[in-house]
Design a protein around this ligand. Structure first.
Ligand SMILES: Nc1ncnc2c1ncn2[C@@H]1O[C@H](COP(=O)(O)OP(=O)(O)OP(=O)(O)O)[C@@H](O)[C@H]1O
Length: 322
């Protein structure tokens, strides 16, 4: 990995100040300011059309901002700054491939463009778990394997700053988890990663900090843990239905709301310890589950997509057994 010794080590990898971008009347990026720290795994989240791709393209030097300033590794990415190219790796949702080449040939070709050795291609193929497919033609790779090859193409020259745009979108659950390990290894090598995803569990598991963009503005920026804690969303306790009456449950100390959902009695509370104690005293805790708030709760609240009533998907869950 090459680094710029002229930059102070504590300077941000990316500094974005009051950046604007319009397409006609549409304000795609509307006064965004944020820093991405060196070595940070930074998530850019937001609903479709929130301005993530536009902002990333401005950071990558692919698009000109209408206003504001952007510094990437201490330099301006616009007008197109070729000095930055060897220091950045870019994976987009529409990556281009040499489809009539094998996976390895493709990567050796990309490595050659960066004046890297074929050995770098082999090492990178291994790091994304494609060694077995090295001789398979790109056009015969599965969607997930191509996705991994796209990521390998962004990594082959060992860039210090990596942009990954929904890299796990086409991956099955196991391949997604495998890729998490690849990404964690990159972070542990000190690389800076800017990451977009619609998988909130993934952002929570991987990112040091996330920015949630809504309508071209930063609606929240912090670590997933602090965002979840600050949101103060209630925890939920799920009891098998019939264990307690709804009214009886609603009257327990600390319970803010009790509802029947499917086969469960759902208790919302900001004092889960207190409610667990009360339930334990009445019925025991066998089969009781707790679900704590997650980044998805915060995200849905901020993007205005929150549904009334408790959600039960994608939550951190603990089940009690006798
Ligand atoms: N080249 C363009 N010309 C005109 N409008 C555009 C262009 N690119 C994006 N937009 C509009 O700007 C807004 C932001 O788009 P952008 O692609 O940056 O959002 P996004 O957050 O990346 O969305 P997604 O999650 O769907 O990829 C959208 O309303 C989009 O329709």
């Amino acid at each position: 990995m090459t680094t710029d010794s002229t930059q102070p080590p504590d300077s941000p990898a990316i500094a974005v100040q009051d950046v604007h971008k319009r397409y006609g009347e549409r304000r795609a990026v509307d006064g965004v300011s944020l820093d991405v720290r060196r070595g940070e795994f930074f998530g850019l989240l937001g609903p479709n059309g929130a301005g993530k791709t536009t902002l990333i393209e401005i950071m990558e030097g692919l698009r000109q901002a209408d206003g504001g300033t952007v510094r990437v590794l201490g330099q301006s990415p616009w007008p197109r700054n070729t000095a930055l190219l060897p220091r950045m790796g870019v994976q987009t949702q529409a990556s281009a491939f040499f489809v009539r080449q094998s996976a390895r040939e493709h990567l050796v070709t990309v490595a050659g463009l960066y004046r890297c050795d074929p050995a770098d291609a082999d090492r990178t193929l291994e790091s994304v778990g494609l060694t077995e497919q090295r001789d398979v033609l790109v056009e015969n790779l599965s969607g997930g394997q191509r996705q991994r090859l796209a990521i390998a193409s962004a990594l082959v020259h060992s860039p210090e700053l990596i942009f990954l745009d929904e890299p796990t979108a086409a991956l099955d659950p196991q391949a997604r988890r495998d890729l998490w390990e690849v990404l964690r290894a990159l972070k542990s090598e000190g690389r800076t990663i800017v990451y977009t995803t619609h998988h909130l569990d993934e952002a929570e598991a991987l990112c040091d900090r996330v920015a949630i963009l809504v309508g071209g503005k930063v609606a929240a920026l912090d670590s997933p843990h602090r965002l979840v804690t600050a949101a103060g969303a209630p925890s939920r306790l799920l009891l098998p239905a019939g264990r307690l009456g709804v009214e009886e449950a609603a009257a327990l100390p600390g319970v803010e709301r009790a509802t029947l959902q499917g086969g469960s009695l759902v208790l919302e509370t900001s004092a889960p310890g207190k409610v667990l104690q009360a339930v334990d005293a009445l019925t025991g805790l066998d089969g009781v589950m707790t679900r704590t708030a997650t980044l998805e709760d915060v995200y849905l609240e901020l993007t205005g997509a929150a549904q009334p009533g408790p959600r039960v998907g994608h939550t951190t869950q603990t089940e009690y057994q006798a």
